[in-house]
Unconditional design. Structure first.
Length: 459
């Protein structure tokens, strides 16, 4: 192991990743928002009650809160690793997952790719996990990478089993992994599959059968929920290619990194060009969904180190890995600084953030809309089934005074922001830090006039 560019960058990246994991374990920051809080809330409720449910994505055809619109592997793992079924415990579970991922990748790739190349891969995956937070791709990436490692070692049926497990973790990642497998299947894989079929095929079928038997809801409801979730998602307008793939907070220029890795992989295996329709449909359509591509991206990045049928040489793979790790390091640094500024500016205590809610309710003010992370602090039956979290008991418009509690990260989307009352904050935090690090990641809320959208009618 010679000390050079690879080792220096890998050391820096791993130090930043270790700090990121430590902050996750020590502080409940950033406050869960966006899609990730959906899965965090499912895990939280399952940890406390044993039921997979959440009120904030109401796609249950029965009108209940059942989580029937995605795989259960990720919230199930978060529930299992949460030591006390608390919000902070959820962050500890996330930190444990990231630590286990690093160990698994060191085992899967260390002997084949070398120490520093593996460290760079761990840094890229860790930065993506930190960016994804509580989204299921945080688990889908290590599953997909371990499948690739097993494939390279000739353990073809373990590779097939990993693709099957992705179906219960992130169904879109499963489809992309299956398509990638079919397009890259070679004679070595076919021989391994035939040799291992007598034991491997029954084992894979048995594992899938056990998961189906353990699944707590009818499979028909899951299929209907997945279809509805896709339709609901396709109608969103919450960002564009520039935001998600170029600016890309906490992993800058991610789209360019993905494009470079995909281009090099296609140069080595031209058949991968047939993945383009799936990549465009699941990743580039409106709204863009970069996270659907994350498991495929890291597998392609790892595969650049393996001997392909057509290769421009090892230098391109090494340079690509270094550039990706450099971007990952910049993203990890931005993520740490964001939460550092947030902790400096406001108390990073989710329980203390319940203070405004209690004060308003004690004064008899009805609270309607609330931050998504409040679902991690209240039982599911405290909320109306709604895409934007709303407490039960919200009066109809004109009945009496009502307010929304709006997280600071969402205040810019409110047309009535001028009518909102902001929480107290330290005045000595320069505004430039907020803009540079996008540091409004704490639990502060603004009190705004209630919008009171119509409730979702039970189906």
């Amino acid at each position: 192991m010679r000390w050079g560019g690879d080792s220096a960058l890998a050391t820096l990246a791993l130090a930043l990743l270790a700090a990121r994991v430590a902050v996750f374990a020590a502080l409940p920051l950033p406050a869960p928002v966006g899609d990730g809080v959906l899965f965090a809330s499912v895990a939280q409720y399952h940890c406390a009650s044993g039921v997979f449910e959440t009120p904030i994505f109401p796609l249950d055809p029965t009108g209940a809160y059942r989580y029937v619109w995605h795989g259960i592997a990720w919230p199930g793992l978060l529930s299992l690793l949460n030591p006390d079924c608390s919000l902070q415990g959820g962050f500890i579970a996330l930190a444990i997952t990231m630590g286990l991922t690093a160990l698994a990748l060191a085992w899967g790739f260390g002997s084949r790719h070398g120490v520093w190349a593996t460290a760079l891969l761990i840094a890229v995956v860790g930065a993506l996990q930190a960016k994804l937070g509580f989204r299921p791709e945080t688990l889908a990436m290590p599953i997909a990478l371990l499948g690739h490692a097993w494939r390279v070692r000739g353990m073809a049926w373990a590779w097939v089993a990993s693709i099957g497990l992705l179906a219960w973790t992130q169904p879109t990642a499963c489809l992309l992994a299956a398509a990638h497998a079919l397009l890259t299947l070679d004679a070595h894989d076919q021989r391994a599959l035939w040799r291992g079929a007598p034991l491997g095929l029954p084992a894979v079928l048995a594992v899938q059968g056990l998961i189906v038997l353990a699944y707590p809801f009818p499979l028909a409801d899951l299929l209907a929920g997945l279809s509805q979730q896709g339709s609901q998602f396709a109608g969103r307008q919450d960002g564009g290619l520039l935001v998600y793939f170029v600016r890309s907070d906490f992993f800058p220029l991610l789209g360019l990194a993905m494009a470079g890795v995909f281009a090099l992989a296609c140069w080595r295996r031209p058949a991968l060009l047939l993945l383009l329709p799936l990549v465009a449909y699941f990743g580039l359509r409106v709204p863009p969904a970069w996270y659907n591509l994350a498991p495929l991206f890291v597998v392609l990045l790892a595969s650049l180190r393996d001997a392909p049928p057509r290769a421009p040489g090892p230098t391109a793979a090494r340079t690509t890995a270094l550039l990706c790790a450099l971007l990952a390091s910049a993203g990890l640094a931005q993520s740490l600084l964001r939460d550092g500024v947030s902790a400096w500016r406001e108390r990073p205590d989710a329980a203390a953030a319940l203070g405004p809610l209690r004060q308003l309710q004690d004064r008899g003010v009805a609270v309607c809309g609330v931050p998504p992370w409040l679902t991690l602090l209240r039982p599911a039956n405290a909320f109306e089934p709604a895409y934007e979290p709303r407490l039960k008991g919200c009066p109809p418009a004109g009945a009496r005074e009502a307010v929304d509690l709006v997280p600071m990260t969402a205040l810019h989307a409110r047309a009535d922001a001028d009518a909102c009352r902001l929480p107290p904050r330290r005045a000595d935090v320069p505004a430039a830090l907020d803009r540079l690090f996008r540091s409004g990641s704490g639990y502060g809320v603004a009190v705004c006039p209630a919008l009171r959208p119509p409730p979702i009618a039970p189906r």
